[in-house]
Design a protein around this ligand. Sequence first.
Ligand code: ZN
Length: 93
Amino acid sequence: MPKKVDEYYVVRESKIGPTIFDIFKFDEDFNPVETSVYQVSLSNGMPAGCTCWQRKTFCRHKKILLAYQEAGKLGQEFFYNYTRETWHKPFGQ
Ligand SMILES: [Zn+2]
């Protein structure tokens, strides 16, 4: 089995609108993956659409936004470790 690499994400409220969130990906060393930025929209408090190519009913970006909502961490700049489902404090705090 290949070793699982940690993947981190940060969700930020988008400047586009109050129900849109930008999902940023970071590698295992917390370097931003510039090609992996997606927007997820909320409808009635649930993730509705995503700009990624996965075209799944529930892509990982929607799962990540839900994890932020459930943990009450929206707007807090926490890193979410998608591989381990753990949280990492923002740097400098
Ligand atoms: Zn997606």
